[in-house]
Design a protein around this ligand. Structure first.
Ligand code: ADP
Ligand code: MG
Length: 666
């Protein structure tokens, strides 16, 4: 039902503002939820017993209410208040003309706010004020302002919609699940959110509505997962594990696999044995060795399909990375080992010349290429595979929504539906992983190859900067190299680049005898490669970088990571940077520069642990505005009531859904 003037007892102007904010119907307004509730049951009667720290309710009488225009053309309203004892206080508001109509001298009112002392007088700036009535709501929801409509207005008006609750909110969670948990109806819960009878009543409604939100999000994921299983049945390469091939592949590596790598590899191979396409997310901190797992699975699949499974012969594998640097690195790092197994590999990225691209594409289309490494250039229309059977997406969350969609369409439109392995070096708490990757199975790689030294991390206040310079100098003298990350400049590539360029100059001044390079996201692929090459060859000792280039760069000789204005980053992102060092045999160091003023408790967590999953959990617990790194891009919708930290709840909901879906299938 449309909101109207008469339903809300208001003016066209307000209806218009609501419309502009996207609120057109009764249901819209009833789902504009409060951000909090206030407990105003405790009413004080004397100004002398108030404190200036909390918001409190005080009962008093208006002695006089006046208004005047200030010099900067604001309407200032002042009320002189007197309490039960006869003591005086004052309340002031700006631009609240309607108060003059609603309140008059002599009214007994309740003032709700945080007072302060000003010129020896107790003053309430912009406090809430209401007439003392018997119908007062002691537990009151607090609404955020909406398109210049004050939250208080919404609180008053929402009462008028109470009678619409029952018909407008049908239950969306199946009755079986609701019965199991003894949930109230959705309408009852929404009622308890707007009109709570007690804090407990409000909390219960919040919990049950939170369940609903997570339920719907997860259900979508699970439905997608089941749909893929159904649609790819018989169309995905069914590859029975060949233990001999796998053994010899593993034996040909220059190192033994870690236990976790074996476990994860086995999970992947098991998926590929099934008659439908794999959809798996491999999460593993930087340096845990995901690439080799993906490659082993790839080569195994190719060799199998060649030797044993004639219908599926000529399986091709695409390994996609979000940046050219990373794609090139994957490609050039593996070529030799692949050749040894008779596997041909190739590279396809945007910056190749037109000629080279055409060549790469035709080799791919004819089936000459077994494994193609590349960026999203791989899923452009002009590219066709001969028999794409397995797609690995590295740093999956770094791809844009559009690119991910294209890939999905690409996969589902193929003659054979390829297996999909997504990889992410962003360790995220399990609760989030379950929520975000509900459409996939999840593997976790949380063990580092043996011999990896934990990275020594220090938070450095400005005044101790010189000590780090000295240390950097020493490290470089003993042959090591350094990354230097410039502060994040929100939403501005240009400023980002400027700050990294500036940093390069500063560092060149401090270390005149060293070569300081610069790299940033706006450089051409060629340029970046040249810089990275020089960095590998130690022609550059210090690499000044924007925060954009953090993915996957691998130089085992780099042992120092310096991060400017570290407080601007989330912990999990800092952890990503730190993962650039500690990749070789030498002890590595990470320095987090921060200002003297910044309380570095949060950053201290970096000193205390090298475990990315733990840091991500801390990020999540603190609700650091940057959020858990990489999560925002992954498309978690705004959830109003759900607590994304509640792993048990999230896991329970998932099994509720699975159980229920099984039930309806029968
Ligand atoms: P990430 O998980 O960050 O993608 P990589 O796959 O790039 O990690 O591996 C990091 C480095 O560790 C690479 O140089 C790789 O060759 C090496 N590596 C991987 N697995 C092992 C292992 N089991 N033992 C020793 N080194 C390994
Ligand atoms: Mg990697």
């Amino acid at each position: 039902m449309q909101l109207t003037k008469s339903i809300l007892h208001t003016t066209d102007a307000y209806i218009k503002r609501l419309h502009e904010a996207g609120i057109e119907t009764v249901t819209d307004l009833l789902t504009y939820f409060p951000r909090d509730i206030e407990d105003k049951s405790d009413v004080c009667e004397q100004f002398s017993s108030l404190n200036i720290v909390d918001k409190q309710v005080v009962k008093c009488r208006i002695e006089l209410i006046t208004s005047e225009n200030t010099r900067n053309k604001k309407l200032l309203i002042k009320a002189v208040l007197v309490d039960w004892d006869g003591s005086y206080a004052e309340a002031v508001w700006f631009n609240r003309k309607y108060l003059l109509q609603q309140f008059a001298s002599g009214d007994t009112v309740l003032i709700y706010g945080k007072p302060k002392y000003e010129y020896g007088r107790l003053t309430f700036p912009s406090a809430e004020i209401e007439q003392l009535r018997s119908t007062r709501r002691e537990i009151a929801p607090v609404y955020s302002d909406l398109n210049y409509i004050p939250g208080i207005w919404i609180r008053e008006k929402i009462v008028l919609l109470r009678s619409y609750l029952a018909g407008n909110f049908p239950d969306t969670v199946p009755v079986e699940i609701r019965a199991k948990h003894v949930f109230r109806t959705r309408a009852e819960n929404i009622s308890s959110i707007h009109f709570p009878t007690s804090i407990e009543d409000f909390e219960r409604a919040k919990k049950e509505l939170g369940y609903e939100e997570l339920y719907h999000f997860q259900k979508k994921g699970l439905e997608k997962k089941y749909a893929l299983e159904r649609d790819s049945l018989g169309l995905a390469p069914e590859l029975q594990i060949d233990v001999d091939i796998m053994r010899s592949l593993i034996a040909s590596l220059p190192f033994p696999l870690t236990n976790k790598q074996r476990i994860v590899l086995f999970q992947i191979l098991k998926d590929m044995e099934r008659p439908h396409a794999m959809a798996r997310m491999l999460q593993g901190d930087v340096g845990t060795g995901k690439t080799v797992v993906a490659l082993l699975a790839s080569v195994h699949a190719i060799l199998l399909s060649r030797n044993k499974n004639p219908e599926w012969k000529w399986i091709q594998v695409a390994i996609m990375a979000p940046t050219e640097i990373l794609a090139r690195q994957h490609f050039s790092g593996q070529e030799d080992w692949l050749i040894q197994w008779g596997i041909s590999s190739d590279l396809l990225v945007g910056s190749l010349t037109a000629r080279l691209k055409i060549d790469a594409r035709s080799r791919l289309a004819s089936g000459q290429t077994d494994i193609i490494f590349g960026t999203h250039a791989l899923i452009q229309d002009s590219v066709s595979f001969s028999r794409l059977g397995f797609v690995v997406v590295d740093e999956q969350h770094r791809f844009g929504v559009e690119q991910r969609k294209t890939l999905e369409e690409y996969c589902s439109n193929s003659v054979i539906v390829p297996h999909r392995l997504n990889m992410s070096a962003t360790p995220i708490p399990r609760s989030l992983a379950l929520t975000l990757y509900g459409d996939q199975d999840i593997s976790v790689l949380d063990e580092y190859p043996a011999g990896r030294l934990p990275i020594h991390t220090r938070v450095v206040k400005e005044e101790r900067r010189n000590e780090v310079y000295k240390w950097v100098d020493e490290e470089v003298r003993s042959g090591r190299q350094v990354y230097w990350i410039s502060p994040l400049v929100e939403e501005s590539d240009t400023l980002d680049i400027a700050s990294a360029t500036n940093m390069q100059e500063i560092l060149s001044g401090i270390f005149p005898h060293l070569s300081v390079g610069l790299i940033h996201g706006k450089m051409s692929g060629k340029e970046k490669d040249r810089i990275m090459q020089e960095f590998y060859e130690n022609k550059i000792q210090i690499l000044s970088s924007t925060s954009v280039v953090e993915v996957g760069v691998n130089n085992p000789n780099a042992t120092v990571m310096c991060i400017e204005a570290a407080e601007r980053f989330g912990l999990s992102q800092l952890h990503q940077f730190r993962g650039r060092v500690g990749r070789g045999a030498h002890q590595s160091y990470c320095y987090l520069f921060t200002t003297k003023e910044y309380k570095s408790d949060r950053l201290k967590a970096m000193e205390q642990t090298n475990d990315g999953f733990e840091l991500a959990q801390i990020d999540l617990d603190l609700r650091w505005p940057g959020e858990v790194y990489g999560v925002r891009q992954s498309g978690v919708p705004d959830m109003h009531f759900a607590d994304l930290r509640d792993t048990d709840l999230i896991a329970d909901i998932r099994s509720d859904i699975e159980e229920w879906m099984k039930g309806i299938k029968k």
